[in-house]
Design a protein around this ligand. Structure first.
Ligand code: ADP
Ligand code: MG
Ligand code: MG
Length: 876
């Protein structure tokens, strides 16, 4: 026979699955010797069987419940349904994970027209007894029987009005008796039967109502949204009542064993004297700080503090505790691990390690990447936020807090930032042309687009605050206005964005900066001790490189060289190089670019010190460099000494239908090897120059993009090596260096054994690998991937988290093939995925040496890398 019911002294915290969270902890506290009002838990299995038996409580189950009522009667020396000294119960739901929709607690169950009199006599408090009865009828009717609470409130309020009372406590026993009469009439009218007088029937109906709440619409939706299985069931806790409303020597409260806002190791909570149940949180009366209990009841205060410590030491985590004081005796009604802010999570975890309560591994496991993300960015000052005016809400696309003047074009933002203004770029939606404006802005707000829109993806990469898809605003870029409700903001007006919540506010709001010292630093120290994967960053400038090092980056996994070509005084030289009609002309243009590139690389090498730096040679499609306007072509033609028509012809001839699959990456070097030769020379000259100034020798890593075959890489590499040999000869010195490749074309993954003959390292470019593996254009997929997620064809966008089954399989294959040719081949990833926790775990599992991600994601990637090691240990 199945055991459906457990007395609190039969359970323990490890039985959560069977007893639910609340029940398991009530049992644990009981066995720890804390004073918990006796009671029992009906298991989640009973709930599942209830559903298997046509939503009926079987006789067998009911008998077991009655048996346990009997046990509690023995424990307390009181009887359920007793006319003189009735035992009363609370009935509380409690699933394995707490979720909305579950039935609210019913207090004072067991009262009826007779037992209420016994309660009045035995407590010598008629008012208390009838108040408890009227609360019970209301809670039972509303919570278990679904009768609207407002009907009961109406009666209560009209009685108060009739008597001229302001507060509930002014109601007398006689008033309450009349209210109860009215309540019972409502029950009869709604249910067409008398309010149940038999306590056992009350209990039966209440238990049934808890079971039924498991499948109500709210709970069902919540489980769907959070991936919680529907067949877990909820437990029911039936617990003898204690009363915090028995007079001024009674009370009730909730407290955290540490401060849940900042983690300070000091009890934090509130209580109310002469109050029951939810009075503390309901906001009817203003509760007092737990510190004041010291004055009111010093002995109880001491007992509470030491018990809270005991619970915390036992659970080895900050606890959230509910208690009640009845006639100067303390009772514990609930404990659980307390919810906390990101800041508190880090402070508590590190403090617990230092107090010797948990291991570093446990501390690291307890931190969620979202929490880390949250504290890495500036946040609004909480006080300042309270008085701010919220004007709209969009999607929390990229975390952080930002304020600035609104501008509606990227150019306007760049200009305003040049004048020293803080700006918010406001667009209908962003596109690749807006990149510079996005980079110059404090934050980005778009009216359209989802979590994977251009704005969202780019902003996250930049670590820049972004609210996307904010449908409550209308943006008119031409008129330069932003409208919300019936109000209008124009260029230069100030707004603030919270990229972690999606909220948009009017005006400037004070901010507090990320704290990368103290406990954060200690936590990162634990993480570094545990993780195996290296964590590098994607950085193109000395400034980004420095930020990343501050965040803990161990090197650069991807230094893109294209931005170095885009700036104002270089782009004409780049254009002359591309449009050159002869190799001599091209080499002349390249010679002008060389010193710039050398300077760029030297700057990055200086910023990174001895840390490894992988430089990727030129990658983007040619068309991105070409002049488009008539004026630009004219000026350029002039400087090149050719006619407008002649140059226009060349420009037109370079037009491509599908540039992303066109003349880009290493294909540029196949047609114009001089370009990569110049870059290889710049890298090596910079490395030699910087090495000569320091005690160390740099080992440059040169990465070729878009390789699809071994011969292609060999062709390009031969040029690179030849140029570098020339540099060595010229300078009569040598440095060790590596030439490797991106693996971003499916064919490269499949022939990785051949490619490894030439490549000394692989770096997975998972953005392009995903784009080409799925055949989804990254720039357009945002328009339809939402529907793939809605229809559950894809769980998440493969541009956000690595598609482990498909694209991941290509990676795994490339790792194995690469190692078969070159066992010591160095392996990394440099796509956006390198900072996404589930992808980082995957990279750990397939044996990469490092991941590389944007500077702001470095700590998150490190956390995921450490958690991967711990999980692996736990599983193995
Ligand atoms: P929740 O999950 O919403 O906290 P609970 O069942 O813990 O639900 O509690 C609802 C309220 O009823 C809490 O204030 C709790 O302290 C109170 N309560 C629950 N059981 C008892 C009891 N046996 N005696 C007195 N108060 C109780
Ligand atoms: Mg509640
Ligand atoms: Mg509770």
């Amino acid at each position: 026979m199945k055991k459906y019911v457990y007395n609190f002294n039969e359970g323990k915290k490890e039985m959560k699955h069977l007893l639910g969270g609340k029940g398991a902890n009530l049992a644990e506290m009981t066995n720890l010797g804390l004073s918990v009002p006796p009671g029992f838990t009906i298991t989640t299995e009973a709930c599942i069987d209830f559903y298997d038996q046509n939503e009926e409580i079987s006789e067998e189950m009911m008998n077991e419940i009655k048996e346990h009522v009997g046990k509690v009667e023995e424990q307390l020396g009181k009887k359920f349904a007793d006319k003189d000294q009735p035992l009363l119960f609370s009935v509380r739901s409690g699933a394995v994970v707490s979720m909305p929709g579950m039935m609210d607690t019913i207090l004072n169950l067991g009262l009826n027209d007779e037992t209420v009199q016994g309660l009045a006599r035995s407590t010598n408090n008629e008012r208390f007894a009838y108040d408890s009865y009227r609360r019970f009828i209301q809670m039972f009717s509303d919570v278990a029987m679904g009768i609207s609470k407002s009907r009961f409130d109406l009666i209560l309020d009209s009685k108060k009005e009739e008597k001229g009372y302001k507060e509930d406590p002014e109601l007398t026993a006689e008033d309450l008796k009349e209210i109860i009469k009215g309540y019972k009439e409502i029950y009869l009218e709604e249910k067409r039967e008398e309010f149940p007088q038999d306590p056992m029937k009350q209990l039966y109906l209440a238990v049934k109502a808890v079971f039924s709440s498991w499948n109500n619409a709210r709970a069902f939706t919540y489980r769907n949204l959070n991936g919680i299985p529907h067949n877990l069931g909820t437990a029911v806790n039936v617990q003898s009542m204690v009363f915090g409303n028995m007079g001024n020597d009674s009370g009730t409260g909730v407290a955290f064993s540490r401060n849940p806002a900042d983690g300070e190791n000091r009890i934090f909570g509130e209580f109310l004297m002469n109050a029951q149940g939810e009075d503390v949180v309901a906001g009817i009366r203003t509760p007092k700080s737990i510190d004041e209990l010291k004055q009111v009841m010093p002995a109880i205060y001491e007992e509470f503090i030491s018990s809270a410590k005991k619970l915390e030491n036992h659970y080895r985590d900050m606890q959230d505790i509910e208690f009640t004081i009845q006639n100067e005796k303390l009772y514990f009604l609930q404990t659980r691990n307390g919810k906390r802010t990101a800041k508190a999570a880090i402070n508590v975890a590190v403090d617990l390690v230092e107090e010797g309560l948990i291991s570093k591994e446990e501390a690291v496991l307890r931190i969620e990447s979202a929490q880390l993300d949250n504290i890495l960015h500036p946040n609004f000052d909480e006080k300042a936020l309270k008085s701010a005016e919220k004007i709209a809400k969009g999607l929390p696309a990229s975390p952080g807090a930002a304020s600035g003047k609104v501008y509606f074009t990227a150019e306007a933002v760049v200009e305003a930032q040049g004048r020293g203004e803080a700006c918010i770029l406001v667009r209908q939606e962003t596109s690749p042309e807006d990149i510079e404006g996005m980079n110059s802005a404090e934050g980005i707000l778009t009216a359209r687009g989802g979590m994977t829109s251009h704005a969202a993806v780019v902003a996250r990469g930049m670590g820049k605050c972004c609210v996307a898809g904010c449908q409550e605003i209308r943006v008119d870029e031409a008129a330069k206005v932003l409208k919300y409700g019936n109000k209008t903001l124009k260029e230069g007006d100030v707004i603030s964005l919270n990229g972690s919540t999606g909220e948009v506010y009017l005006g400037d709001i004070k901010k507090v900066n990320a704290e990368l010292t103290g406990n954060f630093k200690k936590l990162m120290g634990y993480i570094d001790e545990i993780k195996r994967l290296g964590v590098r960053t994607n950085a193109d400038t000395p400034k980004d490189a420095k930020t990343a090092v501050d965040f803990g980056a161990e090197g650069i996994g991807l230094c893109r060289t294209e931005h170095m070509f885009f700036n104002e005084d270089r782009i004409p030289k780049v254009r002359r190089m591309i449009l050159a009609k002869s190799v001599e002309m091209r080499e002349k243009a390249l010679a002008e670019l060389l010193p710039h590139q050398r300077e760029d690389f030297a700057g990055i090498y200086e910023a990174m010190g001895e840390r490894p730096v992988t430089v990727r040679l030129l990658d983007p499609p040619l068309h991105e460099f070409l002049p488009t306007t008539k004026a630009d072509i004219e000026t350029l033609a002039g400087s090149m000494g050719v006619s407008f028509e002649e140059l226009k012809d060349v420009v037109d001839s370079l037009h491509e239908v599908n540039p992303m699959l066109g003349h880009r990456g290493c294909r540029l070097a196949v047609t114009y090897p001089e370009i990569y030769r110049m870059q290889a020379r710049a890298i090596m000259e910079a490395a030699i120059e910087v090495s000569s100034k320091h005690e160390y020798d740099l080992v440059p890593e040169i990465m070729v993009p878009l390789i699809g075959s071994e011969k292609e890489l060999k062709f390009v590499k031969d040029h690179i090596v030849d140029e570098i040999e020339q540099v060595f000869e010229e300078q009569s010195t040598k440095l060790t260096y590596k030439v490797g490749t991106m693996i971003e074309i499916p064919r490269a993954a499949i022939t990785a054994d051949e490619i490894a003959n030439e490549a000394e390292f692989f770096s997975f470019g998972t953005n392009d690998l995903t784009q080409m593996g799925f055949g989804f254009s990254r720039d357009d997929a945002g328009k339809f991937l939402g529907e793939y997620e809605n229809n559950e064809i894809l769980e998440v966008s493969p541009f956000e988290a690595i598609d482990q089954k498909g694209i991941g399989k290509l990676m795994k294959m490339a790792v194995e093939l690469g190692k078969s040719t070159r066992p010591d081949i160095h392996l990394g990833i440099c796509g956006e995925h390198g900072g996404e926790p589930s992808s980082v775990e995957f990279c750990h599992k397939i044996g990469l040496d490092y991941v590389s991600c944007s500077p702001y994601r470095v700590p998150i990637a490190k956390l995921a890398a450490a958690q991967a090691v711990i999980k692996e240990k736990m599983e193995g």
